[in-house]
Write a protein that binds this ligand. Structure first.
Ligand SMILES: Cc1ncc(COP(=O)(O)O)c(C=O)c1O
Length: 408
């Protein structure tokens, strides 16, 4: 029963198409702490990116890390319906999750794989991104024994200092790959920017130059991989980086990778994070709130408890720093954020009541809080805030998937 439910969880959360029995709906609506994801808005973001990059750019939509916390399957299905060329995941398991959901687009495993995962990777028809000689040889041996031809992409490390073939070893790597051509098809060449989101572009330009040189080396050997290096920042900056394919991530979800790039394309956040006031008490002056006595009231205080904590991904660094929205107004987080509960001061919102909707990310009245706000208060980036929203926070989807072959 539970298994059947989780397999269909996306459609069951869809407000318009729910076939859930009242009892099941009750159970899922039961947790007031939830996120709502607008798939219609996701589709609009995708179209804004496509309009920004031009029709000749293929879009490899980055849906790794559970689509940056938004739910990989509904997000991937929406993007398939909008015409994404392929999808990017970090791990073999993330790719398998999408295959099990019936997604047929090419899926690149961007985050590397271990040789022991090769059988799973190949059986699931995932596209490996090669990053060193040993795993490449292991993949080749597997393909040869299985008598299968496998499309591969090669990652070259142009300056990210992470995964990839070093540029001075690229030529000999390509030669090896060419010899493996009966079983490995060199389909794509990629790299990743280290600081394309910054204002200074010298380092990024040097990465582009190295990438172009490496591509030329491959081409001079008669190889013809699709080059792709552009992430959201590069798309927004319209960097000249061989845009036959682009790889947006955060932009799909409605955020710019840094504040100076906001507003370049008309994208909007697609996720709201909500909860409801669990309890309100009037407490006296000198009342200590939460672990460690880090907040002690200086006035008579309307102290509210919210059923959300760091186990839900609400950052502990928001202790005494964060804000939430109640009745269209901002209220400060007071005391330490706990594993499951967070306290806010509602003294300035005297009409607030138990059960009131509380916005952690999203709009309420004229006010709005974003993952960028939360990131600023907790010394991180929107990416980490979004990816960090915990598994126990139910995802609910607006904007049903219609008229495309991936409808559930
Ligand atoms: C290899 C690779 N490509 C593309 C992206 C997408 O980046 P962004 O979300 O900044 O667009 C990422 C994200 O980290 C990545 O690791």
């Amino acid at each position: 029963m539970v298994l059947a439910h989780s397999a269909k969880s996306f459609s069951e959360f869809s407000e318009e198409e729910s076939e859930t029995s009242p009892l099941e709906k009750e159970r899922f609506d039961g947790r007031p702490t939830c996120v709502e994801i607008d798939l219609e808005r996701l589709a609009k973001n995708f179209r804004a990116i496509r309009d920004g990059t031009g029709p000749s750019s293929k879009i490899l939509a980055v849906v790794k890390a559970n689509a940056y916390g938004h739910g990989a399957i509904p997000v991937a299905k929406t993007l398939c319906g909008e015409g994404a060329h392929s999808l990017g995941v970090a791990t073999v398991e993330e790719g398998i999750e999408l295959r099990c959901a019936g997604i047929e687009l090419p899926i690149l495993v961007l985050g590397g794989f271990h040789s022991l995962q090769i059988p799973l990777l190949v059986e699931s028809d995932l596209t490996p991104v090669l990053f060193d000689l040993q795993t490449t040889e292991d993949l080749y041996q597997f393909a040869r024994k299985a008598g299968k031809k496998i499309a591969v992409h090669v990652k070259v490390d142009t300056g990210m200092g992470r995964l990839g073939i070093l540029p001075d070893q690229a030529e000999s790597f390509f030669q090896t790959l060419k010899k493996m051509g009966h079983f490995l098809t060199f389909e794509g060449l990629l790299s990743h920017f280290a600081s394309a989101d910054g204002k200074e572009i010298t380092y990024t330009q040097s990465q582009i130059e190295v990438f172009q040189k490496t591509l030329q080396q491959a081409q001079q050997m008669g190889l013809d991989p699709i080059p792709h290096i552009a992430n959201s920042a590069a798309i927004l900056k319209k960097l000249p980086c061989l845009d036959s394919m682009v790889r947006p991530g955060i932009l799909l979800y409605g955020y710019a990778p840094s504040s100076h790039l906001e507003g370049v394309l008309p994208v909007e956040p697609i996720l709201s994070w909500k909860t409801r006031v669990l309890s309100i008490r009037e407490v006296p002056v000198g009342f200590s709130v939460s672990y460690g006595e880090s907040f002690v009231t200086r006035r008579r205080t309307r102290l509210a408890v919210l059923p959300v904590g760091y186990a839900d991904g609400y950052p502990r660094l928001l202790s005494n720093r964060g804000e939430v929205l109640v009745r269209g107004r901002r209220a400060p987080v007071v005391g330490r954020v706990c594993m499951d509960l967070t306290m806010v001061d509602l003294t300035e919102i005297p009409e607030s009541q138990t059960g009131d909707e509380v916005i952690l990310i999203g709009k309420q009245g004229q006010e709005r809080l974003t993952a960028d706000d939360m990131a600023r208060w907790s010394d991180t980036i929107s990416y980490e805030v979004l990816c960090g929203i915990g598994r126990r926070v139910p995802r609910r989807y607006r904007g049903a998937l219609r008229n495309h072959p991936y409808d559930i």
